[in-house]
Design a protein around this ligand. Structure first.
Ligand code: SAM
Length: 242
């Protein structure tokens, strides 16, 4: 993996090369079951209805975009050209529209009832890039629209978890499962794309403040521990008043 490439470009390479869906999405094979629990939880968080239009920015292998498209009237996704090519060939004629490019340079011309940005913001390189991205996403919401910034890694939350007794037992169990996976099938040997920006409590609170500055009601939620990185990540939901 070439760490001189941007995280976005490293993801692009994965859609050509990766052997598994978790690897394409920057997760580990031992998280494959937990990854399958994401879509219904996210649909509930976004309050999706059959009348809604949905935009997913950074849809990756489509673990969320594909199932969520069945909950909505219209679905649009934006990601790397290789992610678009892969999903178009695995789901021809599926009815969702895919845009190739890097948001917000690439952006749709319409507004949405629901916008999903899941496990994406830490691929950016600085806090100002994150705030710029979040403001641009918020600007695409219709009145009453919901924006979910999901799966935000928080190094402070991770430190709190790993120093707890639950976190210490979790770490031991994780190491055992990773070792077994590596021995069994060479699984779990890939590393997630290198680079990106590490968020902590302060950055996450400043993202929340930026959304409130945009006049959105905004809240931080804990993730379910059943999700892939549920102990160490959290979600922000922002709602544009009617
Ligand atoms: C960790 S994957 C998450 C994929 C999917 N949302 C999921 O949770 O399964 C992050 C994805 O975000 C995409 N991405 C990163 N920065 C982006 C940007 N500025 N615009 C569009 N996509 C971006 C990457 O190409 C990658 O496909």
């Amino acid at each position: 993996m070439n760490s001189e490439k941007s995280v976005f470009e490293q993801f692009g390479d994965r859609y050509k090369e990766a052997a598994s869906i978790p690897e394409m999405n920057g997760r580990y094979e031992i998280q494959a079951d937990a990854e399958k629990r994401m879509a219904p939880i996210v649909a509930g968080q976004l309050g999706l209805t059959p009348q809604d239009s949905l935009l997913e920015i950074g849809f990756g292998a489509g673990m969320l975009l594909v199932p969520l498209s069945f909950y909505c009237a219209r679905t649009v996704g934006i990601d790397h050209p290789q992610a678009v090519a892969r999903l178009q060939s695995s789901h021809p004629g599926c009815g969702f529209e895919l845009l190739s490019g890097e948001f917000p340079k690439t952006s749709p011309q319409e507004k949405f009832d629901a916008i999903l940005v899941y496990s994406v913001l830490h691929a950016l390189t600085s806090e100002s890039e994150i705030i710029n991205f979040v403001n641009a996403a918020a600007a695409l919401l219709k009145p009453g629209g919901r924006l979910l910034l999901g799966d935000l890694p928080n190094t402070d939350k991770k430190d709190r978890f790993l120093s707890s007794s639950q976190g210490k037992s979790f770490s031991k169990e994780w190491e055992k499962r990773m070792t077994a996976a590596r021995q069994e099938q060479g699984q779990g040997t890939h590393t997630p794309p290198v680079g990106g920006y590490f968020m902590n409590d302060s950055v996450i609170l400043r993202i929340l403040a930026a959304l409130r500055d945009q006049k959105l009601n905004s809240y931080i939620y804990p993730q379910s521990p059943d999700l892939p990185f549920g102990h160490t990540r959290e979600d922000i939901l922002a709602i544009k008043p009617l």
